[in-house]
Design a protein around this ligand. Structure first.
Ligand SMILES: O=C[C@H](O)COP(=O)(O)O
Length: 251
């Protein structure tokens, strides 16, 4: 039985006061939600404030990225150990926005996942095809390449601390969600590739989240799919009521 994960990626939004307000609202709205791992990923500058507001709550804290070195002359970077020190248990790695704007590659994703695991973080590793790739019929090739590169050198045991997020780039922030069937098809494919790479037990155990215009209105349909184990939520995670409604999908 895979415990569902609902993760909110706040992207480049929310200063301290707004972040506290959001998280305070969230904590009270989800206090009775059981059997779901809830994670929030704010910007680095508000991690401490959010951690403070999460005190006593089961909601977990994530960074939105990390570097692969633990320390050194790397201006502007943040290391996995620093995220742990700030109270994080998770980190998002390889989000398509980082791939698109900041030169993230499957190789850097792989280095970051390994560094995150070494520091004791769970890695939420993002993959997904662009609209052009989907229209060209190369979705599965793209996903296979991203999985091969991103998970290279990891063991089945390592995978216990990896959560895969399938985010079709064309569905992110566009209001255009993949249909339940499209998402399920991709998730089943991803689980199959993980099985080829690391064996069936690891593939059966790994959580695969869907991301891309997830809202309270579409979460239930997505969660009825056998290979969808949760969601990585952007826009709808910026309001306590909508994120709480998503996290309460089973209630
Ligand atoms: O990380 C989250 C995804 O990019 C989805 O964003 P969205 O829910 O705003 O489409």
């Amino acid at each position: 039985m895979r415990t569902p994960v609902i993760a909110g990626n706040w992207k480049l939004f929310k200063k301290r006061a707004e972040a506290r307000e959001l998280v305070n609202g969230l904590v009270s709205l989800v206090k009775d939600v059981q059997g779901v791992e809830i994670v929030v990923a704010p910007v680095f500058t508000v991690l401490a404030a959010v951690k403070g507001a999460l005190d006593g709550s089961a909601i977990k804290l994530a960074g939105q990225d990390c570097f692969w070195e633990e320390e050194g002359a790397y201006t502007g970077e943040i290391s996995p150990g620093m995220l742990v020190d700030a109270g994080c248990s998770h980190v998002i790695i390889g989000h398509s926005e980082r791939r698109q704007y900041f030169g993230e590659t499957d190789e850097t994703v792989n280095r970051k996942i390994k560094a995150a695991l070494k520091a004791g973080l769970a890695a939420i590793a993002c993959i997904g095809e662009s609209l052009a790739e989907r229209e060209a019929g190369t979705t599965f090739d793209v996903l296979r390449t991203q999985l091969n590169g991103g998970l290279a050198g990891l063991s089945a045991d390592d995978l216990k601390d990896v959560i895969i997020a399938y985010e079709p780039v064309w569905a992110i922030g566009t209001g255009k969600t993949a249909t339940d069937a499209q998402a399920q098809e991709a998730h089943a494919f991803i689980r199959g590739v993980v099985s080829e790479l690391l064996g069936k037990p690891a593939a059966e155990a790994v959580r695969i989240l869907y991301g891309g215009s997830v809202k309270p209105e579409n979460i239930k349909g997505l969660m009825t799919q056998p290979d969808i184990d949760g969601a990585l939520v952007g826009g709808a995670s910026l309001k306590a009521d909508s994120f709480a409604a998503i996290a309460s999908f089973s209630m």
